[in-house]
Design a protein around this ligand. Structure first.
Ligand code: F6P
Length: 493
């Protein structure tokens, strides 16, 4: 679709009664050899879950299109109005790579890397958040429901409320929210807290994160709080609660059940020499994911003779991510070196213990990898949720396979039957890997059945409907002085 089609102009003038604001649009752009532009829905649970709600409510999605210095007019795609927000090259550097991913990202993930604090990054974060808020204020109809997503946009709720007090505003943080001691390092801590308090409902992955937020508001802003509610001096109140995000479990299972997925899973195992054990890691190449510790654990097991290099292969997929941020470049070099060293030290001709793939794959290939893996290794040092763990479970309709899961991934609160590990404890991780590899099918099946029940019952629709129900529900006026929703959302959850 070219930028000048009439559909685009129509989308620009229509007002939405449901608006999602996220750093990125839920579409990727393909430019053909003849220059024709095509937008494709990006894979991901969030857009799948919200699509039906958006279609029924004339929904709009506001987000960055991924390129520098390019203004694209709003357009309509597959039932949703898309409102692109432009970023200059300097804003990508300061707002996206800088404040979002080199300040907030490490700070919110237990400072596993050192967060950098730069005033010019903060200024860009404020300016870009303002742009998103202004775009949303224009796109939203009277009394619309607006849902702001994630750490890149924490100032938007307050900015938007100032522009449009009629809106019902929700915010959801996809990553962890740090304890008060770490959050306290942030020079702009009060502005962030006040930004979030512009929302009526602030959602987190885990109850502990919501509690951290309420405690911080009490300590740093001085507002009165009671349990999960913050009382603002203007009479408004804000609710802070946990809504653990999930996946489209039925869709993953359907993908896993396809005959072509089964055939591809068999082909993957064959091409590895049909080893007794296939271990798998699939992660964005991020320092929060615990790749170093995990690969070292596996390498040591082989070096110590506890695993025979002929019997086991570790496939590690590392999806390229944020490649212009220093810490990510350093990590890539470290992992390249570590994989080379382990394969060099303990490998044999034709027998590389680690198959390392620095690439991203379509969902069909991921499903085949999940089906091919006997042991899924998800060992982040800190993770908001980790949907890979849930995807693996959804794909194992055969009730086989074992999940080794970090206790510092949000998913560990729900997937209790996984082999849980402290990823910093390399000996403990080694023991868990051995336990998972040597467990009987019966034992793994017992664990997998329980985890599948959890994932199937708490899928992405469940997450979205829980959040939106809470957001649009009127509460006791003495307890939560929210304005009534005048345009209830049409939904089919
Ligand atoms: O987990 C947080 C998150 O921002 C996701 O929403 C996103 O899919 C992922 O990290 C990758 O982020 P980026 O937009 O920086 O590539």
């Amino acid at each position: 679709m070219s930028p000048s089609t009439p559909v685009r102009r129509r989308a620009a003038s229509r007002k939405a009664s449901f608006v999602v604001i996220a750093n990125r649009l839920p579409v990727d752009r393909d430019i053909g050899p003849d220059g024709t532009v095509q937008w494709r829905k990006s894979p991901g649970g969030l857009v799948t879950a919200l699509e039906p709600v958006m279609r029924r409510n004339g929904g709009a999605w506001i987000g960055w299109h991924g390129a520098a210095d390019e203004k694209i007019a709003p357009f309509h795609h597959d039932g949703i109005d898309l409102v692109p927000v432009h970023l200059t090259a300097a804003e990508i550097k300061n707002y996206y790579e800088g404040f979002s991913n080199a300040t907030l990202w490490p700070l919110y993930h237990d400072v596993v890397a050192h967060p950098e604090f730069h005033r010019e990054w903060w200024d860009a974060y404020v300016a870009v958040n303002k742009r998103f808020a202004e775009r949303a204020a224009k796109a939203a109809g009277r009394d619309a429901v607006v849902w702001v997503q994630d750490y890149q946009l924490q100032l938007v709720p307050k900015m938007l409320r100032e522009l449009r007090p009629d809106l019902r505003i929700g915010f959801f943080l996809h990553i962890p929210f740090p304890p008060t001691e770490l959050f306290g390092q942030l020079p702009w801590r009060r502005q962030i807290l006040e930004g979030l308090l512009g929302a009526d409902l602030v959602g987190f992955q885990l109850p502990g994160a919501a509690q951290n937020f309420v405690r911080l508001v009490r300590q740093r802003v001085g507002y009165k709080t009671h349990r999960d509610t913050v009382y603002l001096p203007d009479g408004r109140s804000v609710l802070a609660k946990a809504y653990p995000i999930s996946i489209d479990a039925a869709d993953f299972e359907a993908l896993a059940r396809r005959p072509e997925t089964t055939a591809r899973a068999e082909e993957i195992r064959r091409s590895l020499g049909n080893p007794q054990h296939v271990l798998l890691g699939i992660d964005r190449l991020d320092y929060t994911k615990g790749l170093r510790q995990r690969l070292r654990a596996f390498g040591e097991l082989i070096a110590e003779g506890k695993i025979d290099v002929d019997d086991a292969v570790f496939i590690q997929v590392a999806t390229p991510s944020r490649e212009r941020v220093d810490q990510y470049r350093i990590l890539r070099d470290d992992i390249d070196r570590l994989v080379g060293r382990i394969n060099g030290d303990v490998g044999r001709i034709g027998q590389q213990p680690i198959t390392y793939l620095h690439a991203s794959y379509p969902r069909s290939e991921m499903a085949a990898l999940y089906r091919a893996a006997d042991v899924m290794v998800v060992t982040p040092l800190r993770d908001g949720m980790n949907l890979v763990a849930k995807e693996y479970v959804a794909c194992r309709y055969d009730n086989l396979g074992a999940l080794v899961l970090s206790e510092f991934a949000g998913a560990s609160a729900e997937l209790k039957q996984a082999y849980q590990v402290n990823p910093y404890d390399i000996n403990g991780t080694k023991a868990a890997l051995l336990q998972a590899m040597s467990a009987s099918d019966q034992e793994n099946s017992r664990r997998m059945k329980a985890m599948r029940k959890q994932v199937n019952e708490n899928d992405i629709d469940h997450w979205a409907s829980n959040f939106l129900d809470e957001l649009i529900t009127d509460r006791d006026p003495h307890e939560m002085r929210l304005r009534p929703v005048k345009t209830p959302l049409a939904r089919d959850f």
